[in-house]
Design a protein. Structure first.
Ligand SMILES: *Cc1c(COP(=O)(O)O)cnc(C)c1O
Length: 366
């Protein structure tokens, strides 16, 4: 198990206190676990049942609220249906807890006592809650326009919150500056976060009786769920639990769609001159995704695609979901608007499609 730089290929020990490589590249974890599934079924129904498949030191603490193993529901849209993973039911109200619980456990095992982070909301709210559990100090940079409910949630858990004027990218820059002194617990940079979100794949496969869905429709902002899901399914395929990695469909808001644009122009990287306008789907409003090239690559490997949804579709789907008992936030509704498009126009008969409800609606102050 090593940390590998995505630019130079240089590697570091897993317990190196770093969140990027010497040359400033992204780090990934070289790791291929195998699990004793006969044993797993006797373990508690939370994501830590897959601990033996996580790249943590044997003595790393579990910074955990017993999260995970969220319900998987069969939901109809017209005469088609899909599996929906109810990840808005996590302790802090979003799937980000999958990443935070594993990343924080690793950070705690390194003996670090203060972290910085940047977030458009949920990643910060999640980190604040897990930092408090791990008794770490936590400083979070957020864009000025972040929902007050999310800012309150961070402060309530004891985090110091710094509101940054300008775009989401300006916030990322401010955090990057602060990270020159303090450990950067970034859900985008830190690869341990992705080994937390990969439990999404492990859970679905176990819940579907050791079968993978044919297709996954997922949000495409920074891609922390999409990339994690890919890692998880790749591991499960490698050890022979499933035969095929699902086709990955990334959903973006039409108002901020750098990945869809790059993919449809057959480019391996996101353009630095992308035009965007505001969207209700604040959680995926990422004009410059740090791991964009990786997302484009993984989606291509699986024969997937990127879909975009308009603001009125997001709004309509948001209300539809609420009236059907799923009070989620608009970002989650954007994913389901994409799912509905996919089911109506692309899915084949008998294709098994799965998607996710990512974040709770009560955080969204209207
Ligand atoms: C973070 C977030 C997303 C999308 O994030 P990715 O980094 O692309 O996985 C989607 N929905 C909600 C509610 C989020 O908080």
């Amino acid at each position: 198990m090593r940390l590998i730089c995505n630019i130079t290929g240089e590697s570091y020990a897993l317990d190196a206190t770093r969140w990027c490589s010497e040359s400033g590249g992204l780090l990934d974890i070289e790791y291929m676990p195998d699990l004793d599934w006969d044993w797993v079924k006797y373990l508690p129904a939370n994501l830590w049942r897959y601990r033996a498949a996580l790249p943590l030191a044997w003595d790393a603490p579990e910074v955990s609220f017993g999260e995970g193993f969220t319900p998987l529901r069969k939901v109809y849209f017209g005469d088609k249906w899909a599996w929906l993973k109810l990840d808005y039911l996590f302790p802090s109200g979003s799937y980000k807890d999958r990443g935070s619980t594993v990343m924080m456990s690793h950070i705690k095992s390194l003996g670090i006592d203060t972290v910085v982070q940047d977030s458009s909301g949920n990643a910060g709210a999640s980190l604040a809650q897990y930092a408090a559990l791990a008794r770490l100090k936590c400083k979070i940079f957020v864009p000025e326009a972040t929902s007050p409910a999310k800012i309150n949630q961070m402060k309530f858990c004891g985090a110091e919150v710094i509101q940054v004027k300008g775009s989401r990218e300006d916030t990322a820059k401010a955090a990057y500056q602060a990270a020159q002194q303090t450990f950067y617990a970034s859900h985008v940079w830190n690869p341990f976060f992705l080994h937390g979100t990969k439990t999404f794949a492990y859970e679905i496969v176990e819940q579907l009786n050791f079968k993978a869905p044919d297709t996954l429709v997922l949000p495409a902002g920074n891609g922390t769920l999409l990339l994690g899901a890919y890692i998880g399914f790749k591991e499960l395929k490698h050890v022979g639990i499933i035969r095929k990695i699902p086709k990955l469909i990334g959903v973006q808001a039409a108002n901020c769609a750098p990945l869809a644009e790059a993919y449809h122009h057959n480019q391996g990287e996101v353009s630095t001159e992308i035009q965007t306008s505001p969207t209700m789907a604040e959680g995926i409003a990422i004009a410059q995704p740090m791991r964009g090239a990786q997302m484009l690559e993984y989606v291509k490997i699986t024969g997937g695609n990127f879909l975009t949804v308009e603001e009125d579709e997001i709004k309509e789907t948001w209300q539809e979901l609420a009236l059907r008992g799923y009070y989620v936030e608009p970002t989650s509704a954007a994913v389901i608007a994409g799912l509905k498009n996919y089911l109506a126009h692309f899915a084949e008969k008998d294709e098994v499609v799965a998607s996710v409800l990512t974040g709770h609606g009560l955080k969204k102050a209207i």
